[in-house]
Design a protein around this ligand. Sequence first.
Ligand code: KIV
Ligand code: ZN
Length: 504
Amino acid sequence: MAIKIFDTTLRDGEQSPGVSLSVKEKLEIAKQLAKLEVDVIEAGFPIASEGDFKGVQKIAQEVKGPVIAGLARATKQDIDRAGEALKDAKKPRIHTFIATSPVHMKYKLKKSPQEVLESAVEAVKYAKTYTNDVEFSAEDAFRSDKDFLCEVFEAVIAAGATTINVPDTVGYATPLEFGGLIKYIKDNVPNINQAVISVHCHNDLGLAVANSLAAIENGAKQVECAVNGIGERAGNTALEEIALALNTRYDYFAKQSNLNLKEIARTSRLVSHLTGMEIQPNKAIVGKNAFAHESGIHQDGVIKERTTYEIMDATTIGLEENKIVLGKHSGRHAFRQKLEELGYELSQEELNSAFKRFKNLADKKKEITGFDLEAIMEDEISQVDEVYQINLLQVTSSPGLATATVQMEKDTKKINESACSEGGPIDAIYEAMNRITGLKCKLADYQIDSVTSGKDALGEVIVKLEHQDKIYVGRGISTDIIEASARAYNNAMNRILNTVTSDK
Ligand code: KIV
Ligand code: ZN
Protein backbone atom coordinates (compact mmCIF):
# COMPACT_ATOMS: atom_id res chain seq x y z
CA MET A 1 0.00 0.00 0.00
CA ALA A 2 1.26 3.46 -0.86
CA ILE A 3 2.02 6.02 1.82
CA LYS A 4 -0.78 8.61 1.90
CA ILE A 5 0.29 12.21 1.51
CA PHE A 6 -1.85 14.56 3.60
CA ASP A 7 -1.04 18.08 2.53
CA THR A 8 -1.48 20.82 5.12
CA THR A 9 0.02 23.72 3.15
CA LEU A 10 -3.31 25.56 3.28
CA ARG A 11 -3.83 25.01 7.02
CA ASP A 12 -0.60 24.58 9.02
CA GLY A 13 1.40 26.13 6.15
CA GLU A 14 -0.88 29.13 6.09
CA GLN A 15 -0.16 29.55 9.82
CA SER A 16 3.42 30.58 8.88
CA PRO A 17 4.16 34.06 10.20
CA GLY A 18 3.17 36.65 7.62
CA VAL A 19 1.24 34.34 5.30
CA SER A 20 -2.35 35.16 4.53
CA LEU A 21 -3.84 33.80 1.32
CA SER A 22 -7.04 35.01 -0.31
CA VAL A 23 -9.77 32.49 -1.17
CA LYS A 24 -8.77 32.76 -4.86
CA GLU A 25 -5.15 31.96 -4.04
CA LYS A 26 -6.11 29.03 -1.80
CA LEU A 27 -8.28 27.61 -4.56
CA GLU A 28 -5.45 27.87 -7.09
CA ILE A 29 -3.04 26.09 -4.73
CA ALA A 30 -5.65 23.39 -4.01
CA LYS A 31 -6.15 22.81 -7.76
CA GLN A 32 -2.41 22.41 -8.16
CA LEU A 33 -2.28 19.99 -5.19
CA ALA A 34 -4.96 17.94 -6.95
CA LYS A 35 -2.72 17.84 -10.05
CA LEU A 36 0.12 16.72 -7.84
CA GLU A 37 -2.27 13.95 -6.74
CA VAL A 38 -1.95 14.34 -3.00
CA ASP A 39 -4.32 12.00 -1.15
CA VAL A 40 -5.72 14.59 1.27
CA ILE A 41 -5.85 18.39 1.15
CA GLU A 42 -6.31 20.00 4.54
CA ALA A 43 -8.01 23.12 3.21
CA GLY A 44 -8.17 25.15 6.43
CA PHE A 45 -9.54 25.61 9.91
CA PRO A 46 -13.11 26.77 9.23
CA ILE A 47 -13.89 28.25 12.65
CA ALA A 48 -10.68 30.31 12.67
CA SER A 49 -12.03 33.08 10.41
CA GLU A 50 -14.56 33.86 7.72
CA GLY A 51 -11.75 33.65 5.12
CA ASP A 52 -10.78 30.18 6.34
CA PHE A 53 -14.39 29.01 6.21
CA LYS A 54 -14.89 30.36 2.68
CA GLY A 55 -11.58 28.86 1.53
CA VAL A 56 -12.54 25.38 2.74
CA GLN A 57 -16.04 25.73 1.30
CA LYS A 58 -14.81 26.83 -2.14
CA ILE A 59 -12.19 24.06 -2.30
CA ALA A 60 -14.81 21.50 -1.20
CA GLN A 61 -17.06 22.69 -4.01
CA GLU A 62 -14.51 22.90 -6.79
CA VAL A 63 -11.59 20.57 -6.23
CA LYS A 64 -12.16 16.97 -7.22
CA GLY A 65 -9.85 14.03 -6.61
CA PRO A 66 -8.29 14.28 -3.14
CA VAL A 67 -10.13 13.99 0.16
CA ILE A 68 -10.83 17.51 1.46
CA ALA A 69 -10.25 17.93 5.19
CA GLY A 70 -11.21 20.72 7.58
CA LEU A 71 -9.67 21.14 11.04
CA ALA A 72 -11.77 21.40 14.21
CA ARG A 73 -10.93 21.46 17.90
CA ALA A 74 -12.79 18.83 19.91
CA THR A 75 -15.90 20.97 20.36
CA LYS A 76 -19.35 20.83 18.77
CA GLN A 77 -19.07 24.43 17.57
CA ASP A 78 -15.81 23.77 15.70
CA ILE A 79 -17.09 20.50 14.25
CA ASP A 80 -20.35 22.12 13.09
CA ARG A 81 -18.37 24.82 11.30
CA ALA A 82 -16.09 22.24 9.63
CA GLY A 83 -19.07 20.05 8.70
CA GLU A 84 -20.84 23.04 7.17
CA ALA A 85 -17.77 24.15 5.17
CA LEU A 86 -17.25 20.61 3.83
CA LYS A 87 -20.91 20.07 2.93
CA ASP A 88 -20.31 19.99 -0.83
CA ALA A 89 -17.12 17.92 -0.83
CA LYS A 90 -17.26 14.59 -2.61
CA LYS A 91 -14.86 13.09 -0.08
CA PRO A 92 -15.02 15.17 3.15
CA ARG A 93 -12.88 14.53 6.22
CA ILE A 94 -13.24 16.15 9.61
CA HIS A 95 -9.92 16.40 11.41
CA THR A 96 -10.53 16.95 15.10
CA PHE A 97 -7.87 17.38 17.76
CA ILE A 98 -7.21 17.85 21.44
CA ALA A 99 -3.92 18.00 23.34
CA THR A 100 -2.85 14.99 25.42
CA SER A 101 0.49 16.10 26.93
CA PRO A 102 0.61 16.96 30.67
CA VAL A 103 1.76 20.54 30.01
CA HIS A 104 -1.04 21.25 27.49
CA MET A 105 -3.76 19.57 29.56
CA LYS A 106 -2.79 21.36 32.76
CA TYR A 107 -2.01 24.89 31.55
CA LYS A 108 -3.78 25.32 28.23
CA LEU A 109 -6.89 23.18 28.50
CA LYS A 110 -7.17 23.10 32.31
CA LYS A 111 -8.65 19.62 31.95
CA SER A 112 -7.85 16.33 33.65
CA PRO A 113 -6.69 13.40 31.48
CA GLN A 114 -10.12 11.77 31.98
CA GLU A 115 -11.89 14.92 30.74
CA VAL A 116 -9.59 15.07 27.71
CA LEU A 117 -10.31 11.44 26.89
CA GLU A 118 -14.07 12.05 27.13
CA SER A 119 -13.88 15.19 24.95
CA ALA A 120 -11.88 13.27 22.32
CA VAL A 121 -14.43 10.45 22.15
CA GLU A 122 -17.40 12.83 22.08
CA ALA A 123 -15.77 14.89 19.32
CA VAL A 124 -15.15 11.85 17.14
CA LYS A 125 -18.71 10.59 17.64
CA TYR A 126 -20.10 14.00 16.80
CA ALA A 127 -17.89 14.37 13.70
CA LYS A 128 -19.19 10.98 12.53
CA THR A 129 -22.67 12.53 12.22
CA TYR A 130 -21.22 14.59 9.33
CA THR A 131 -18.91 12.11 7.60
CA ASN A 132 -17.56 8.62 8.01
CA ASP A 133 -14.01 9.87 7.39
CA VAL A 134 -12.84 11.23 10.74
CA GLU A 135 -9.25 11.88 11.72
CA PHE A 136 -8.29 12.37 15.35
CA SER A 137 -5.05 14.11 16.39
CA ALA A 138 -3.57 13.97 19.87
CA GLU A 139 -1.87 17.35 19.88
CA ASP A 140 1.65 17.25 21.40
CA ALA A 141 1.48 13.45 21.24
CA PHE A 142 5.24 13.07 21.43
CA ARG A 143 5.41 14.73 24.88
CA SER A 144 2.37 12.79 26.14
CA ASP A 145 2.42 9.82 28.48
CA LYS A 146 2.67 6.83 26.11
CA ASP A 147 0.11 4.71 27.90
CA PHE A 148 -2.39 7.54 28.17
CA LEU A 149 -1.85 8.24 24.47
CA CYS A 150 -2.59 4.60 23.62
CA GLU A 151 -5.71 4.70 25.81
CA VAL A 152 -6.97 7.79 23.96
CA PHE A 153 -6.25 6.25 20.55
CA GLU A 154 -8.02 3.02 21.47
CA ALA A 155 -11.09 4.95 22.65
CA VAL A 156 -11.30 7.23 19.59
CA ILE A 157 -10.89 4.28 17.21
CA ALA A 158 -13.74 2.52 19.06
CA ALA A 159 -15.75 5.75 18.60
CA GLY A 160 -15.17 5.63 14.84
CA ALA A 161 -11.92 7.49 14.04
CA THR A 162 -10.59 6.16 10.74
CA THR A 163 -7.18 7.87 11.02
CA ILE A 164 -5.23 8.57 14.21
CA ASN A 165 -2.57 11.22 13.94
CA VAL A 166 0.57 11.44 16.07
CA PRO A 167 1.90 15.00 16.05
CA ASP A 168 5.28 16.14 17.28
CA THR A 169 3.74 19.57 17.73
CA VAL A 170 6.86 21.31 19.03
CA GLY A 171 9.46 19.47 16.93
CA TYR A 172 11.14 17.89 19.94
CA ALA A 173 11.53 14.26 18.84
CA THR A 174 14.54 12.53 17.33
CA PRO A 175 14.12 9.82 14.66
CA LEU A 176 14.84 6.77 16.83
CA GLU A 177 12.50 7.98 19.55
CA PHE A 178 9.72 8.94 17.14
CA GLY A 179 9.93 5.68 15.22
CA GLY A 180 9.86 3.92 18.62
CA LEU A 181 6.68 5.76 19.60
CA ILE A 182 4.91 4.61 16.44
CA LYS A 183 5.95 1.03 17.13
CA TYR A 184 4.73 1.37 20.73
CA ILE A 185 1.33 2.59 19.51
CA LYS A 186 1.12 -0.29 17.03
CA ASP A 187 1.95 -2.81 19.73
CA ASN A 188 -0.24 -1.35 22.49
CA VAL A 189 -3.46 -0.15 20.88
CA PRO A 190 -5.53 -3.32 20.49
CA ASN A 191 -7.82 -1.99 17.70
CA ILE A 192 -5.05 -0.14 15.81
CA ASN A 193 -5.68 -2.17 12.65
CA GLN A 194 -9.04 -0.43 12.26
CA ALA A 195 -7.34 2.95 11.64
CA VAL A 196 -4.58 4.46 9.56
CA ILE A 197 -1.59 5.70 11.59
CA SER A 198 -0.61 9.21 10.54
CA VAL A 199 2.26 11.46 11.65
CA HIS A 200 2.61 15.23 11.74
CA CYS A 201 6.09 16.53 12.54
CA HIS A 202 7.35 20.05 13.09
CA ASN A 203 10.83 21.08 12.12
CA ASP A 204 12.13 23.01 15.14
CA LEU A 205 15.28 20.87 15.30
CA GLY A 206 15.42 20.29 11.54
CA LEU A 207 14.26 16.69 12.04
CA ALA A 208 10.69 16.71 10.69
CA VAL A 209 11.47 14.74 7.52
CA ALA A 210 13.79 12.30 9.32
CA ASN A 211 11.17 11.73 12.04
CA SER A 212 8.41 11.15 9.45
CA LEU A 213 10.58 8.65 7.58
CA ALA A 214 11.37 6.83 10.84
CA ALA A 215 7.62 6.68 11.47
CA ILE A 216 7.06 5.14 8.01
CA GLU A 217 9.65 2.49 8.82
CA ASN A 218 7.66 1.67 11.93
CA GLY A 219 4.21 1.42 10.38
CA ALA A 220 2.86 4.94 9.74
CA LYS A 221 0.77 4.96 6.56
CA GLN A 222 0.04 8.68 6.27
CA VAL A 223 2.45 11.60 6.43
CA GLU A 224 1.23 15.14 6.99
CA CYS A 225 3.40 17.65 5.19
CA ALA A 226 3.50 21.04 3.54
CA VAL A 227 4.94 22.20 0.24
CA ASN A 228 8.41 23.76 0.74
CA GLY A 229 8.11 22.70 4.39
CA ILE A 230 6.22 25.85 5.38
CA GLY A 231 4.22 26.01 8.61
CA GLU A 232 4.17 27.20 12.20
CA ARG A 233 7.61 28.42 13.38
CA ALA A 234 10.29 26.32 11.63
CA GLY A 235 7.60 24.64 9.56
CA ASN A 236 6.28 21.17 8.82
CA THR A 237 7.66 18.08 7.13
CA ALA A 238 8.53 19.13 3.56
CA LEU A 239 6.29 17.29 1.10
CA GLU A 240 8.86 17.24 -1.70
CA GLU A 241 11.56 15.78 0.58
CA ILE A 242 9.34 12.91 1.72
CA ALA A 243 8.24 12.22 -1.85
CA LEU A 244 11.78 12.16 -3.25
CA ALA A 245 13.19 10.21 -0.31
CA LEU A 246 10.63 7.48 -0.94
CA ASN A 247 11.21 7.61 -4.69
CA THR A 248 15.01 7.79 -4.70
CA ARG A 249 15.46 5.28 -1.87
CA TYR A 250 12.77 2.81 -2.90
CA ASP A 251 15.51 0.19 -2.52
CA TYR A 252 15.50 0.97 1.20
CA PHE A 253 11.93 1.99 2.12
CA ALA A 254 10.10 -0.24 -0.42
CA LYS A 255 7.14 2.16 -0.22
CA GLN A 256 5.95 4.81 -2.61
CA SER A 257 3.57 7.76 -2.53
CA ASN A 258 0.79 8.25 -5.09
CA LEU A 259 2.17 11.65 -6.11
CA ASN A 260 2.64 12.79 -9.67
CA LEU A 261 6.25 13.83 -9.06
CA LYS A 262 6.44 15.86 -12.29
CA GLU A 263 4.22 18.49 -10.65
CA ILE A 264 6.55 19.07 -7.69
CA ALA A 265 8.61 21.94 -9.11
CA ARG A 266 5.53 23.77 -10.34
CA THR A 267 3.69 23.34 -7.03
CA SER A 268 6.71 24.57 -5.13
CA ARG A 269 7.00 27.73 -7.28
CA LEU A 270 3.28 28.48 -6.98
CA VAL A 271 3.27 28.13 -3.19
CA SER A 272 6.41 30.23 -2.83
CA HIS A 273 5.07 33.00 -5.07
CA LEU A 274 1.56 33.19 -3.62
CA THR A 275 2.65 32.97 0.03
CA GLY A 276 5.61 35.30 -0.49
CA MET A 277 7.84 32.76 1.27
CA GLU A 278 11.14 32.56 -0.55
CA ILE A 279 12.84 29.19 -0.84
CA GLN A 280 16.42 29.07 0.46
CA PRO A 281 18.73 28.34 -2.52
CA ASN A 282 20.23 25.22 -0.91
CA LYS A 283 16.84 23.76 0.09
CA ALA A 284 16.72 20.05 -0.77
CA ILE A 285 14.80 19.16 -3.97
CA VAL A 286 13.30 22.59 -4.79
CA GLY A 287 16.04 25.12 -3.94
CA LYS A 288 17.62 26.92 -6.92
CA ASN A 289 20.93 25.14 -6.25
CA ALA A 290 19.51 21.68 -5.58
CA PHE A 291 20.61 20.41 -8.99
CA ALA A 292 23.48 22.86 -9.68
CA HIS A 293 27.13 21.83 -9.63
CA GLU A 294 29.68 24.49 -8.89
CA SER A 295 33.03 22.76 -8.49
CA GLY A 296 35.01 21.75 -11.57
CA ILE A 297 35.51 18.22 -10.30
CA HIS A 298 31.77 17.73 -9.88
CA GLN A 299 30.93 19.30 -13.25
CA ASP A 300 33.49 17.10 -14.94
CA GLY A 301 32.09 14.01 -13.21
CA VAL A 302 28.51 14.79 -14.17
CA ILE A 303 29.48 15.37 -17.81
CA LYS A 304 31.20 11.98 -17.90
CA GLU A 305 28.44 10.15 -16.03
CA ARG A 306 25.49 11.96 -14.39
CA THR A 307 25.19 9.54 -11.50
CA THR A 308 28.72 10.29 -10.23
CA TYR A 309 27.36 13.27 -8.33
CA GLU A 310 23.59 13.19 -8.91
CA ILE A 311 21.26 10.86 -7.05
CA MET A 312 18.16 12.35 -8.65
CA ASP A 313 17.27 13.64 -12.08
CA ALA A 314 15.85 17.20 -12.19
CA THR A 315 13.29 16.12 -14.78
CA THR A 316 11.71 13.75 -12.21
CA ILE A 317 10.22 16.77 -10.41
CA GLY A 318 9.29 18.55 -13.65
CA LEU A 319 12.26 20.90 -13.77
CA GLU A 320 12.37 21.07 -17.52
CA GLU A 321 14.14 23.62 -19.63
CA ASN A 322 12.30 26.94 -19.64
CA LYS A 323 11.37 27.10 -23.33
CA ILE A 324 10.18 30.04 -25.41
CA VAL A 325 6.50 29.47 -25.95
CA LEU A 326 5.07 32.68 -27.41
CA GLY A 327 6.16 35.91 -29.06
CA LYS A 328 4.99 39.39 -29.88
CA HIS A 329 2.79 38.23 -32.75
CA SER A 330 1.07 35.38 -30.93
CA GLY A 331 -2.69 35.79 -30.86
CA ARG A 332 -5.41 35.11 -28.33
CA HIS A 333 -5.93 31.55 -29.56
CA ALA A 334 -2.27 30.53 -29.13
CA PHE A 335 -2.18 32.29 -25.77
CA ARG A 336 -5.22 30.41 -24.52
CA GLN A 337 -3.83 27.10 -25.82
CA LYS A 338 -0.51 27.60 -24.03
CA LEU A 339 -2.28 28.44 -20.79
CA GLU A 340 -4.40 25.32 -21.13
CA GLU A 341 -1.26 23.27 -21.67
CA LEU A 342 0.08 24.75 -18.44
CA GLY A 343 -3.13 23.63 -16.76
CA TYR A 344 -5.00 26.93 -16.35
CA GLU A 345 -8.75 26.96 -16.93
CA LEU A 346 -9.89 30.53 -17.55
CA SER A 347 -13.26 32.23 -17.87
CA GLN A 348 -13.65 34.67 -20.80
CA GLU A 349 -13.18 37.61 -18.45
CA GLU A 350 -10.01 36.15 -16.92
CA LEU A 351 -8.66 35.36 -20.36
CA ASN A 352 -9.25 38.95 -21.54
CA SER A 353 -7.42 40.40 -18.58
CA ALA A 354 -4.50 37.95 -18.80
CA PHE A 355 -4.23 38.49 -22.57
CA LYS A 356 -3.92 42.25 -22.05
CA ARG A 357 -1.06 41.63 -19.59
CA PHE A 358 0.57 39.25 -22.07
CA LYS A 359 0.40 41.79 -24.90
CA ASN A 360 1.92 44.51 -22.70
CA LEU A 361 4.72 42.16 -21.76
CA ALA A 362 5.29 40.99 -25.33
CA ASP A 363 5.77 44.64 -26.36
CA LYS A 364 8.72 44.88 -23.98
CA LYS A 365 10.06 41.37 -24.15
CA LYS A 366 10.57 39.55 -27.44
CA GLU A 367 10.38 35.98 -26.21
CA ILE A 368 7.79 34.83 -23.70
CA THR A 369 8.61 31.65 -21.79
CA GLY A 370 6.52 29.25 -19.73
CA PHE A 371 7.85 30.92 -16.55
CA ASP A 372 6.68 34.33 -17.85
CA LEU A 373 3.18 32.93 -18.45
CA GLU A 374 3.16 31.40 -14.98
CA ALA A 375 4.19 34.76 -13.53
CA ILE A 376 1.40 36.57 -15.39
CA MET A 377 -1.16 34.05 -14.18
CA GLU A 378 0.09 34.14 -10.59
CA ASP A 379 -0.10 37.92 -10.71
CA GLU A 380 -3.70 37.71 -11.96
CA ILE A 381 -4.58 35.25 -9.19
CA SER A 382 -3.05 37.44 -6.51
CA GLN A 383 -5.06 40.51 -7.58
CA VAL A 384 -7.54 41.60 -4.95
CA ASP A 385 -10.42 44.10 -5.21
CA GLU A 386 -8.60 47.31 -5.98
CA VAL A 387 -9.69 50.17 -3.76
CA TYR A 388 -6.84 52.17 -5.28
CA GLN A 389 -5.36 51.79 -8.75
CA ILE A 390 -2.05 53.20 -9.92
CA ASN A 391 -2.47 55.48 -12.93
CA LEU A 392 0.93 57.06 -13.19
CA LEU A 393 4.43 56.88 -11.77
CA GLN A 394 7.17 59.44 -12.30
CA VAL A 395 10.57 59.16 -10.70
CA THR A 396 13.75 61.21 -10.83
CA SER A 397 16.69 59.92 -8.96
CA SER A 398 20.30 60.81 -8.37
CA PRO A 399 22.62 59.38 -5.73
CA GLY A 400 21.40 60.68 -2.36
CA LEU A 401 17.99 62.00 -3.41
CA ALA A 402 14.97 60.65 -5.28
CA THR A 403 11.63 62.28 -6.03
CA ALA A 404 8.48 60.38 -6.96
CA THR A 405 5.12 61.58 -8.19
CA VAL A 406 2.29 59.08 -8.11
CA GLN A 407 -1.25 59.33 -9.38
CA MET A 408 -3.74 56.85 -7.98
CA GLU A 409 -7.44 56.49 -8.60
CA LYS A 410 -10.18 55.68 -6.11
CA ASP A 411 -13.83 55.55 -7.17
CA THR A 412 -12.99 57.49 -10.37
CA LYS A 413 -11.31 60.23 -8.28
CA LYS A 414 -7.69 60.92 -9.27
CA ILE A 415 -5.29 61.77 -6.46
CA ASN A 416 -1.72 63.06 -6.98
CA GLU A 417 1.07 63.11 -4.43
CA SER A 418 4.83 63.58 -4.47
CA ALA A 419 7.52 62.62 -2.03
CA CYS A 420 11.30 62.97 -1.72
CA SER A 421 13.55 60.41 -0.13
CA GLU A 422 17.22 59.96 0.56
CA GLY A 423 16.47 56.22 0.63
CA GLY A 424 16.08 55.92 -3.14
CA PRO A 425 13.26 55.93 -5.72
CA ILE A 426 11.29 53.01 -4.30
CA ASP A 427 11.17 54.58 -0.86
CA ALA A 428 9.98 57.84 -2.43
CA ILE A 429 7.19 56.03 -4.32
CA TYR A 430 6.08 54.19 -1.21
CA GLU A 431 5.98 57.43 0.76
CA ALA A 432 3.84 59.10 -1.94
CA MET A 433 1.48 56.08 -1.92
CA ASN A 434 1.22 56.23 1.88
CA ARG A 435 0.22 59.88 1.60
CA ILE A 436 -2.48 59.09 -0.95
CA THR A 437 -4.07 56.20 0.93
CA GLY A 438 -3.45 57.57 4.42
CA LEU A 439 -2.55 54.08 5.57
CA LYS A 440 -0.12 53.88 8.47
CA CYS A 441 1.85 50.83 7.50
CA LYS A 442 5.46 49.82 7.77
CA LEU A 443 7.51 48.00 5.14
CA ALA A 444 8.52 44.80 6.96
CA ASP A 445 10.18 43.03 4.04
CA TYR A 446 11.07 43.65 0.39
CA GLN A 447 12.32 40.94 -1.96
CA ILE A 448 13.15 41.16 -5.62
CA ASP A 449 13.83 38.30 -7.96
CA SER A 450 13.90 37.77 -11.70
CA VAL A 451 11.42 35.34 -13.19
CA THR A 452 13.66 34.57 -16.17
CA SER A 453 17.18 35.51 -17.16
CA GLY A 454 18.39 38.18 -19.61
CA LYS A 455 18.22 41.95 -19.56
CA ASP A 456 14.55 42.04 -20.49
CA ALA A 457 13.68 39.58 -17.68
CA LEU A 458 10.44 39.94 -15.82
CA GLY A 459 11.11 41.08 -12.26
CA GLU A 460 8.98 39.93 -9.37
CA VAL A 461 8.74 42.00 -6.19
CA ILE A 462 7.24 40.70 -2.97
CA VAL A 463 6.63 43.10 -0.12
CA LYS A 464 5.37 42.52 3.39
CA LEU A 465 3.57 45.40 5.05
CA GLU A 466 2.92 45.56 8.75
CA HIS A 467 -0.39 47.13 9.65
CA GLN A 468 -1.92 47.02 13.13
CA ASP A 469 0.31 44.07 14.14
CA LYS A 470 -0.63 42.02 11.08
CA ILE A 471 1.51 41.27 8.05
CA TYR A 472 0.09 41.66 4.54
CA VAL A 473 1.90 40.26 1.51
CA GLY A 474 1.81 42.00 -1.88
CA ARG A 475 3.20 40.88 -5.25
CA GLY A 476 3.96 42.77 -8.42
CA ILE A 477 5.62 41.84 -11.68
CA SER A 478 6.96 43.93 -14.52
CA THR A 479 10.02 44.21 -16.73
CA ASP A 480 10.57 47.51 -14.90
CA ILE A 481 11.51 46.97 -11.25
CA ILE A 482 10.19 50.39 -10.19
CA GLU A 483 6.78 49.49 -11.61
CA ALA A 484 6.92 45.97 -10.09
CA SER A 485 7.75 47.54 -6.71
CA ALA A 486 4.81 49.95 -6.90
CA ARG A 487 2.43 47.19 -7.99
CA ALA A 488 3.53 44.98 -5.09
CA TYR A 489 3.02 47.80 -2.58
CA ASN A 490 -0.39 48.61 -4.03
CA ASN A 491 -1.37 44.91 -3.92
CA ALA A 492 -0.50 44.72 -0.21
CA MET A 493 -2.24 48.04 0.53
CA ASN A 494 -5.39 46.86 -1.19
CA ARG A 495 -5.29 43.67 0.90
CA ILE A 496 -5.19 45.84 4.01
CA LEU A 497 -8.06 47.97 2.73
CA ASN A 498 -10.09 44.86 1.92
CA THR A 499 -9.69 43.74 5.53
CA VAL A 500 -10.14 46.98 7.42
CA THR A 501 -11.65 50.33 6.64
CA SER A 502 -8.90 52.92 6.35
CA ASP A 503 -7.32 54.12 9.57
CA LYS A 504 -6.98 57.61 8.13
O1 KIV B 1 1.11 20.53 15.21
C1 KIV B 1 0.02 20.04 15.56
O2 KIV B 1 -0.13 19.37 16.59
C2 KIV B 1 -1.13 20.31 14.70
C3 KIV B 1 -2.37 19.53 14.98
C4 KIV B 1 -3.59 20.37 14.87
C5 KIV B 1 -2.42 18.35 14.06
O3 KIV B 1 -1.02 21.06 13.75
ZN1 ZN C 1 1.12 21.37 13.21
